[in-house]
Design a protein around this ligand. Structure first.
Ligand code: AHR
Length: 869
């Protein structure tokens, strides 16, 4: 409590007030009611949310938190929007609090949210009004006679308007009203922080008390969550090595999910094009567009990564009669005298290996009546020409030409050069260079070293294509799986909301194929009929929750049903046939579909989600539909998402949370608290985030610690995936990630090592254990965790022991009743300093007898695998 007081002057104010009234330690003689002031400020562009202060006499005010935001606006893009201007709070006669606020001065909408207690604020809605171009300073009155609420507001030109509603869902159209009808009850109040304008309410003391306690609890939790290992020297000064006695209760074994560790793949950080997708030519289809970039980048065009070397040839981009309408742009080289070449720079250069074979392909046609010759070369600045071939471009229609290039030297700086050897006008499109040595030798396949690094995790499932990429930035950016299958030239490339381009060469077929190749279940995630909650308004689409129009929802729902047919349908079905044509007549055995990605839970969302869910349940009861409960481990979307899950009886929901290590340490009981009868959980995105966002031993061990609690709750948590998975050096929009890479190297992080330890040592049976420590301080006990599982196939018993303390923990494990094992066990230890980034676990063989005295080094994760006889 002392800490609370130090944190908050306001609470001190509250306590002094109570003490003065009731004497120390007592809370009798509290007033029945006090004044509560609700207000917002324009600080931080109006993004700090709704604040409260209270007073006994309207003279002396106590702020509840210093401008602490009890609810914040969720409208529009992070950074640019999320503004709450002039919040207006009032209480309906039924006791429910209502808040309306203005969002910006450009759009004809305002925001609304309601709360039973001023602490929990429900779904936000952004009603659009007709008749004015914007909505400023909205205020609300209740009209008892009609039972209507009237919202009056100004516009930027000083006119006033009024709309009415009974339920804040359906609104009348706006009518212009005289200024006198605009009745704003806001008052100016002097707070410790300065003057503010808002509404003054008379409320029961208990309501203020609840707000104060809420604020104090948040402060307390955030002080816990900000604990880092850098403070350990102080926190654990003088701490002696700890002894741990581990008792395993084999008779209480329970089944747990055998899919616990999987991967989350999203085309973010150049994870697909330039990354896992093995294509070496950048912008092969000449489809880059300034619109791929938020700021409409003028250098990001059809010619990006292409240049002309030499003279007497021009390079233009044309669109008449393209290879395919989905790929409208192509290059035209007009050569007056041969000598110049069109050059592709690849993704940071093209990296090739001596003696390996590379498949070249391109579409071409000579536009001037006769065929033409074209030389194609791989050229390194340092090593010279590495390989070359000559092709014959036909006159007339487009033709796909292919060849194999075999470099005579290894180089990381190669470029692909296309040099017409004939005068005239040569059209070129879909210029592609692929290593033959892709992962499992697949055509149009994946980079072997990266794919293998993912496979080594032994992921039980792969989630794709995101993340935000799945639901997109605005309606036009929603990821449609049908655009990503079939011949490459017929796929429909699109803007990547992370600020680049998706060729969609890595599409649904390739995702399914990869899953099969690594023995993982496919978990596609489709948009729930709404785009990302951070969608911008303006040129990039429908904006916040601008759901797919109802008139188009049937078609969208059908697309989702067709996805199941594409994955699982017989070859005689329309979509099953397409899968067979792509080379996979057998079904892909799809069992899960995620609908929605951490969406803002609104009425717009719920209506569309319910349509998709119902259709899937009716047509494909065999598919487990995974719902979504927002981007955080608590809060409105989490609560509302779970409400929907309960109401609809969803089998599973997708939870996301990125939290500091302290959160993971202090929330190991997060799933212990879950109701076993409700939906199962897919923890679809999580990671420990430290300031500066490193992936180091500190973050990795806090994830490991938490994963032991997830295994304990493997009856509730069905799947987990750390996010994001991949990041290309120099093209990273998000940190930390699990695997960094460049064109020639793959650099797994220490977090990857933890995922691998858990992936390779998973089980389907959990054996409860108790850990009794020689030191019982909470800070110590929360930093040592153990989980014991049994592998269903080998019957091996696996102990995972995580020590986040700066001292050794000497553990003794009692193996009685567990089964019979080989005399030798494997012991794998990941250890180091909290800031270490490049660590690999070491593996040793230990005698079973030695397990009665196993050292868990400071800052370590130890896996002991007992080999079943
Ligand atoms: O994992 C990166 C991003 O984090 C995902 O795209 C999104 O779902 C989440 O906010």
């Amino acid at each position: 409590m002392k800490k609370f007081l130090a944190l908050s002057g306001l609470y001190v104010g509250a306590v002094i007030f109570q003490t003065a009234l009731a004497g120390p330690g007592k809370t009798v003689n509290e007033p029945d009611s006090v004044y509560l002031f609700s207000y917002g400020t324009e600080k931080n562009g109006g993004r700090n949310g709704l604040h409260f202060a209270w007073s006994r006499d309207k003279e002396k005010w106590f702020s509840i938190g210093s401008e602490y935001g009890f609810v914040r606006s969720d409208y529009g893009r992070w950074g640019a929007e999320k503004r709450m201007h002039t919040p207006y709070v009032f209480r309906r006669p039924n006791g429910v609090w209502q808040a309306v606020w203005s969002l910006n001065d450009r759009e004809p909408l305002f925001a609304h949210s309601a709360s039973p207690d001023l602490v929990y604020w429900g779904r936000q809605s952004y009603p659009m009004v007709q008749g004015s171009a914007n909505v400023l300073r909205p205020v609300v009155q209740y009209e008892a006679k009609s039972g209507n609420y009237a919202i009056t507001y100004a516009d930027a030109w000083g006119k006033y308007y009024r709309v009415t509603t009974k339920d804040f869902k359906a609104f009348s159209s706006a009518t212009e009203v005289p200024a006198a009808q605009y009745r704003d009850n806001s008052q100016k109040v002097t707070l410790p922080e300065g003057n503010a304008t808002g509404q003054v309410h008379r409320v029961a003391w208990a309501e203020v008390d609840r707000l104060v306690k809420t604020y104090e609890q948040k402060q307390f939790k955030s002080s816990q969550y900000s604990e880092t290992m850098a403070q350990d020297a102080q926190r654990f000064a003088g701490l002696k090595p700890v002894e741990a006695k581990i008792t395993i209760e084999a008779t209480k074994a329970k089944p747990i999910s055998d899919l616990l560790v999987g991967v989350f793949f999203e085309d973010l950080n150049y994870a697909a094009d330039g990354g896992l997708y093995a294509e070496l030519v950048q912008n092969r289809g000449f489809e880059y567009s300034p619109n791929d970039k938020e700021g409409h980048d003028k250098s990001w065009t059809s010619t990006h990564s292409w240049s002309l070397k030499g003279e007497n040839t021009s390079f233009t981009v044309e669109t008449a009669a393209p290879v395919h309408p989905n790929n409208p742009h192509y290059a035209v080289l007009e050569t007056k005298a041969p000598g110049a070449a069109l050059v592709n720079a690849g993704f940071d250069g093209i990296s090739v290996k001596k003696g390996e074979r590379y498949n070249l392909s391109l579409f071409t046609r000579h536009l001037q009546g006769k065929s033409a010759k074209l030389e194609v070369r791989l050229v390194s600045e340092k090593e010279g020409v590495l390989a070359k071939t000559t092709l014959n471009a036909p006159a007339g229609n487009w033709k796909k030409l292919t060849a194999v290039l075999t470099p005579n030297k290894t180089a990381a700086d190669a470029r692909l050069e296309l040099q017409p050897l004939t005068e005239g006008k040569l059209a070129l499109d879909m210029v592609s260079l692929f290593p033959q040595q892709t992962f499992k030798g697949r055509k149009n396949g994946l980079r072997a070293d990266l794919a293998q690094t993912i496979a080594d995790l032994k992921p039980r499932f792969v989630r794709f294509p995101g993340g935000c990429v799945a639901h997109g930035d605005g309606l036009e950016n929603i990821y449609h799986w049908k655009n990503t299958i079939g011949p490459l030239e017929a796929r429909k490339p699109q803007r990547n909301l992370w600020g680049y381009h998706q060729s969609l060469g890595l599409g649904y077929f390739e995702y399914f194929q990869f899953c099969e190749d690594i023995g993982a279940r496919p978990v596609p995630v489709v948009a729930a009929g709404v785009p990302c909650q951070n969608s911008g308004s303006g040129p990039h689409g429908g904006g916040q929750q601008g759901g797919i129009p109802m008139s188009e929802m049937d078609e969208y729902v059908q697309d989702v049903l067709d996805l199941v047919e594409y994955a699982n349908g017989d070859v005689t079905t329309k979509w099953g046939k397409k899968r067979a044509e792509a080379g996979h007549p057998k079904p892909f055995n799809l069992k899960y579909i995620g609908v929605g990605n951490e969406d803002l839970i609104t009425d717009v969302f719920e209506e569309r989600f319910a349509m998709i869910y119902k259709a899937l349940k009716e047509k494909h009861p065999e598919i487990t539909v995974i719902g979504t409960v927002g981007p955080f481990s608590e809060g409105t979307d989490y609560v509302e998402g779970w409400d929907i899950a309960d109401k609809m009886g969803l089998a599973m929901v997708d939870e996301h949370y990125y939290q500091p290590p302290g959160w993971f340490i202090h929330n190991q009981d997060y799933y212990d608290r879950y109701d076993r009868t409700k939906s199962k959980v897919y923890l679809g995105e999580y990671a420990a985030h430290l300031p500066g966002r490193p992936n180091n031993l500190e973050t990795a061990l806090s994830e490991a610690l938490y994963l032991t609690s997830v295994e304990r709750n493997g009856d509730v948590v069905h799947m987990t995936s750390y996010a994001p998975l991949l990041a290309k050096e120099g093209h990273t929009q998000w940190n930390p990630d699990l695997i960094y890479f460049n064109n020639t190297e793959v650099k797994p992080t220490v977090g990857y090592e933890v995922q691998k330890l858990f992936g390779q040592n998973a089980g389907s049976e959990y054996l409860p254990s108790t850990v009794s420590l020689s030191n019982t301080q909470e800070a110590v006990t929360k930093r040592v965790a153990v989980s014991v599982v049994r592998d269903p196939k080998s019957k091996d018993v696996i102990l995972k022991m995580v020590n986040l303390l700066p001292v050794t923990v000497t553990s003794s494990v009692d193996l009685k009743g567990l089964g019979s094992f080989n005399g030798k066990a494997t012991r794998t230890v990941l250890q180091g300093n909290p800031a270490d980034k490049l660590l690999k676990p070491t593996k040793t063989i230990v005698a079973l007898a030695d397990l009665s005295n196993t050292e868990l080094p400071a800052y370590s994760c130890t896996i002991i695998r007992l080999k079943s006889k």
